[in-house]
Design a protein around this ligand. Structure first.
Ligand SMILES: *Cc1c(COP(=O)(O)O)cnc(C)c1O
Length: 684
């Protein structure tokens, strides 16, 4: 069987032209031996046939042009208005997710391999309050053919549509000119003919897009008698024969291409904590939207990971992408040595507004690990500048994770962080036990006893204490009591040590507070931010420090010895600013509370299953700790194949931290999948 081709046809002000184009393309593809399905995703202006059946006018045209092709309308509405309005008038709701499900069902049923989807109006035609036709097309990963009415104004219309499509990662494969009227005769007609001839050339050149053909004007096509109509359709499909063949040619959607991606990946690309030779095949993600990641074969996976804490607002948030595009148009990057720019300053203002009290200075870096390096250097330089050269060790906690660069690794859990592998290379730090007092248990002062002892014995050597506030993330997804953090703050003050809080994972609402340190009403001397800082769009981190730290380092002309090439990258800063705007609406609070309730309810049954050591939930984080390490490969396959969800366990942990915008139903899919995996023993 031939490869499936999905082709969207779109354009503005074409009147019936788009439909004629679709119908003629259907006929041309059928003539090439393809199994054709012509779909009108949303048909407005439907009318009742004498039998009471609701007729979709465009579908009637497809049938007329190519009776052998299958055809369907997914949503039929009566009012001849924009889809969002026509739907509202009938008290109905159109959504991209709904259209996608309807389309998949239609594809399965038809068995077609050449599928045309005709837009309703132009690309930005609204489907509902938030989504447009372009959103629907964007999640299909389909080809796009633009229908361009050939007249004055066509160039601007067409080029704007091309730009809009490309801005959403849809590369149009060509355009078809529609001659909507016959040029007048005489001098006037001469100019019109010039315009018609020029339009195609300019659009093709400026838009870097081939003209796939020019449909002739047939007056009253749909009302012609059967014989002449048949001749007109034959002619129109003949004009598009080469276009149809081009649309059938091998392309990026092919399985051979998809296989080659997976092969190269496996042969040549490292993935996190893996070896190219040993790693199992990865899944190929082509797009992401809302709380879903879309695979090349069209499957939607509900995301339970937020791409490792990052994508807090979900994928494809219009505000984030717009700020990224806008900044890309102005200035994607400029060196921060000697220059400053509004995105860095605006972001800085916003960060200081929401940061814990006392933090006044900001260092932008490019990843979490680098932020931790910078924080450690700040602490060491500060102590040296204050004339305390003996303070050159960092105190860290067992079970901690702070990143993968050498300095950051030195403060990770010595066992998980594989310190033995780098013995003699990593700086030797001091470790306190993991705080054993649970977040949800009663705190006793006994819990910080060991930490106190270490400070008592080695306080003189300690430059700073670094810890992840409240939630130890990648080191074990452990939630400890806020009073422990409070006590740690006191001990640092008593012993002249700085407190570095690594909020890279916990920051921006994940634990139910904007920053996890708010649970303990504690302000650090230095704070690291990353991950969700840009809403998961692009890498950026920030190190915030108190005036005292900054002034200490600057004593006697001291400077902070760090300066990444991409420091304060304007693209990243602009997106981070937009992400903070989204957080600023405060909507995340209720959403995180809702997720917390959903996780508690959904994971509750697991408490009774064999092999489960602990179930814990805090904010938008849900954790199942098993008694033994789990079978990650088997679980991931089960989650993807059986439940259509993306959950990636590690070690003894199966955990969820979905994007805040996840719906109740999507969240339930995640928890049901986790319960199923444990109940049915897929983790073993
Ligand atoms: C992820 C993480 C880091 C490292 O961030 P990268 O951007 O991966 O370098 C550091 N600290 C914590 C707490 C993290 O979760």
């Amino acid at each position: 069987m031939a490869e499936l081709r999905l082709i969207c046809v779109c354009g503005t002000d074409t009147g019936v032209g788009k439909t004629v184009l679709c119908a003629a393309l259907a006929r041309a593809a059928h003539a090439l031996g393809r199994g054709v399905l012509a779909v009108k995703p949303v048909q407005t202006g439907c009318y009742e046939a004498p039998g009471g059946e609701l007729l979709a006018p465009d579908v009637e045209v497809y049938r007329q042009a190519c009776p052998q092709a299958q055809s369907a309308a997914l949503v039929t509405l009566r009012a001849p208005a924009s889809p969002h309005l026509a739907a509202r008038l009938e008290g109905r709701d159109i959504s991209v997710a709904g259209l996608n499900l309807d389309l998949r069902a239609c594809l399965d049923q038809s068995g077609a391999d050449f599928v045309l989807l005709e837009g309703a109006g132009g690309l930005l035609t609204p489907l509902n309050e938030e989504e447009s036709l372009l959103d629907f097309f964007a999640c299909l990963d389909a080809s796009l053919v633009l229908a361009v009415p050939n007249r004055l104004g066509a160039i601007n219309h067409a080029l704007l549509s091309i730009e809009a499509a490309r801005g959403r990662g849809i590369e149009p494969c060509g355009f078809v000119l529609l001659n909507a009227s016959a040029p007048a005769s005489g001098r006037e007609g001469d100019l019109e003919r010039r315009i018609h001839g020029d339009n195609g050339a300019i659009i093709s050149r400026r838009g870097a897009l081939p003209c796939l053909g020019e449909l002739p004007f047939v007056p009253g096509l749909l009302a012609l008698d059967a014989r002449r109509r048949e001749r007109a359709w034959e002619k129109a499909s003949g004009v598009l024969s080469a276009a149809a063949a081009a649309l059938c040619a091998p392309c990026r959607a092919d399985t051979a291409y998809a296989a080659s991606i997976l092969d190269f990946d496996r042969e040549h690309l490292w993935h996190p904590y893996s070896s190219p030779a040993l790693q199992p095949r990865a899944y190929e993600a082509v797009r992401a939207r809302g709380a879903s990641i879309i695979l090349r074969d069209g499957r939607f996976l509900v995301d339970g990971m937020s791409s490792w804490w990052c994508a807090a607002h979900g994928y494809g948030r219009a505000e984030l992408l717009q700020s990224l595009r806008g900044q890309a148009g102005r200035m994607p990057h400029v060196m921060f040595g000697g220059f400053t720019h509004a995105p860095a300053v605006d972001l800085g203002r916003r960060l200081l507004e929401i940061a814990p009290a006392g933090l006044e200075k900001i260092f932008y870096a490019d990843s979490g690990s680098v932020a931790v390096e910078v924080a450690l250097k700040m602490a060491l330089q500060y102590q040296m500048a204050l004339g305390r050269p003996e303070k050159k060790r960092i105190l860290a906690l067992r079970g901690a994770y702070h990143g993968d660069t050498l300095g950051a690794m030195s403060v990770c859990d010595p066992v998980n962080g594989m310190h033995s592998l780098f013995q003699g290379v990593l700086p030797e730090q001091i470790f306190a036990p993991r705080p054993e007092c649970r977040f949800d248990a009663l705190y006793t002062s006994q819990s910080a006893q060991e930490l106190e002892n270490i400070f008592k014995v080695r306080g003189r050597e300690i430059a700073a204490l670094i810890l992840e506030p409240i939630v130890q993330g990648a080191g074990g997804m452990w939630f400890y009591h806020p009073d422990y953090l409070y006590r740690a703050r006191e001990l640092c003050l008593e012993h002249g040590c700085l407190l570095i809080l690594d909020e890279i994972a916990t920051g921006f609402g994940r634990t139910g507070r904007l920053f996890a340190c708010e649970w303990a009403r504690v302000s650090p001397d230095i704070m690291c931010l990353g991950k969700a800082l840009t809403g998961g769009v692009i890498t950026l981190s920030a190190v915030l420090a108190s005036d005292a730290v900054a002034e200490g380092i600057s004593r006697r002309g001291g400077i902070l010895m760090h300066g990444p090439t991409f420091m304060a990258n304007p693209l990243a800063c602009a997106v981070a600013g937009a992400s903070l705007d989204i957080l600023g609406s405060g909507e995340w609070r209720d959403r995180v509370l809702g997720i917390e309730a959903g996780l508690r309810l959904g994971l509750e049954p697991c408490k009774g299953f064999g092999g489960v050591a602990d179930v814990r939930v805090l904010g938008a984080i849900g954790v199942l700790e098993m008694e033994r390490p789990v079978n990650v490969q088997r679980l991931v396959r089960y989650f993807v194949e059986e439940h259509g969800v993306w959950i990636r366990p590690f070690n003894r942990l199966i955990y969820l931290m979905p994007p805040y915008i996840i719906s109740k139903e999507e969240l339930a899919r995640l928890t049901v999948a986790v319960c199923g995996a444990v109940r049915e023993g897929w983790w073993i």
